[in-house]
Design a protein around this ligand. Structure first.
Ligand SMILES: [Zn+2]
Length: 463
């Protein structure tokens, strides 16, 4: 929008006079810039609320005696009635024309309908800000933060409700995508549209535990203690080289050893608390959305859980599968610690086996573990792990092809989606609430928040 800057300057001048006068009457001696800013912010908030009220009260225009009801019947003009909304400027009460008297019993205010206003509720301008605090902070903490930014209070329940609403919108988007990619017509429609075809695309899947509280006494007795559920998290991403100038000290070391340092970009996260089969549908749907089914090369880097490889085999049978390097190498470290009491022996074994693994000589790694199987339980258990994943550990080949071999993206994704929000002190979750907050977080982390914001602004009209 283009504003008349002269008029705005005039308002600014008037506001300065108002604040100046207030300071003088209160006789405050040492007014600093922060005081001025706060006084101006508070005034601007009042002005915004007053302008919004004025705007809405003038929006009726010429009033008809009758209007059509949604049911097809007739509504008659009653009178101007007050409505309250919570906007970015705080509480606003305004008067607008109200129609009623239809046989269906419903009433209507044309102004509310025109602007997508739900009387008594939070506006579409304020809702995303509230939700933004709720996806990052425990709801009560978010409420406190909001007060500092907004200069008025919203309740903890409002923070929870608006945050979950955003999660619900993400869930609806997920469900729609799943539906479109499950049936033929949806897939064909997608074929026709011009979607990007990535060259090398990566996928990673992992899961993190969320503590779920029992809902009532009965459930509490049934479960005896708290329940843990797996939040399954997936990410689609691409990779590019970190330019030398942007490399950290650690990355510079890595660049010297390996020639190139890759980093993930365009991450698209998705998540749910669901059985693997249901989660698979979301994997497929989100994959289709980013072109996983059309990518020249599709690479999955995961930590090695069997259900994950099964899903990948099922939906993307041609994908290259890589066991996350750090998981595979860390296993050797733990074996060495268990098997050797002498430091130099331990170091020698670990250096050799790690080098073998790095070069993709998995058979040599298995042999090395076999020699330790008698004295180390971990080594014995690892035999199957390395044998089952041999082809997923040809690290030399993968590196030569220029692929990422670490699943750091999904590790950090799980941390950000689950640990950093769902495991905050005092957090108590039901499955529903945990899923909604996590889904809202994936939207934020994937750069899709604005899609939810615009979907949110249509909410009252859609219901
Ligand atoms: Zn009606």
């Amino acid at each position: 929008m283009k504003y008349n800057i002269e008029k705005i300057n005039e308002i600014g001048k008037m506001l300065a006079e108002v604040v100046e006068a207030a300071i003088q009457t209160e006789g405050e001696a040492d007014v600093l810039i922060g005081d001025l800013e706060l006084a101006l912010r508070e005034s601007l908030r009042e002005i915004g609320g007053s302008a919004l009220k004025r705007f809405l009260e003038n929006a009726d225009g010429e009033l008809a005696a009758e209007m059509e009801c949604e049911c097809g019947g007739k509504l008659k003009y009653q009178r101007r009635r007050a409505a309250t909304i919570w906007s970015v400027f705080g509480k606003v009460v305004y008067q607008r024309a109200y129609y009623a008297g239809c046989a269906c019993g419903k009433g209507q205010a044309p102004v509310d309908k025109r602007y997508g206003i739900e009387p008594g509720k939070v506006t579409a301008g304020l809702a995303p800000l509230i939700a933004l605090s709720g996806i990052h902070k425990a709801f009560e903490e978010g409420r406190k933060w909001l007060k500092e930014y907004l200069l008025f209070e919203v309740s903890e329940n409002t923070v929870r409700a608006e945050t979950q609403k955003m999660g619900e919108l993400q869930r609806q988007a997920d469900t729609k995508l799943v539906k479109e990619t499950q049936d033929e017509t949806g897939l064909q429609k997608r074929e026709r549209s011009q979607l990007p075809t990535p060259d090398i695309l990566y996928g990673s899947i992992d899961a993190a535990k969320v503590r779920i509280e029992p809902r009532d006494e009965q459930e509490k007795a049934l479960e005896k203690c708290e329940m843990w559920r797996d939040m399954k998290v997936g990410c689609w991403y691409e990779a590019d080289a970190v330019p030398p100038r942007q490399q950290s000290v650690r990355q510079k070391d890595k660049a010297q050893r390996e020639g190139i340092v890759l980093r993930a970009k365009n991450q698209q996260y998705f998540c749910d608390i669901e059985q693997a089969e249901e989660f698979g549908k979301l994997l497929w749907a989100t994959g289709c959305a980013v072109g996983a089914d059309r990518a020249r090369i599709l690479v999955f880097i995961c930590d090695g859980a069997v259900w994950i490889w099964n899903l990948i085999d099922h939906y993307f049978p041609n994908a290259i599968q890589i066991v996350d390097w750090y998981h595979a190498a860390d296993r050797l470290k733990r074996i060495a610690e268990e098997a050797f009491s002498q430091a130099d022996e331990r170091r020698a074994w670990l250096e050799q086996s790690t080098e073998d693994l790095w070069q993709g000589r998995v058979e040599a790694v298995i042999e090395a573990c076999q020699l330790l199987a008698k004295k180390s339980n971990l080594a014995k258990q690892a035999l199957l792990y390395y044998a089952n994943n041999t082809e997923r550990m040809r690290y030399a080949q993968f590196r030569a092809a220029g692929y990422l071999i670490g699943s750091g993206v999904i590790e950090s994704g799980c941390k950000q989606i689950v640990t950093q929000r769902l495991k905050l002190p005092g957090a108590q979750w039901q499955v529903e609430g945990a899923v909604l907050v996590a889904k809202a977080r994936t939207a934020w982390m994937s750069g899709n928040w604005n899609k939810l914001v615009s979907a949110r602004s249509f909410l009252p009209l859609a219901t």
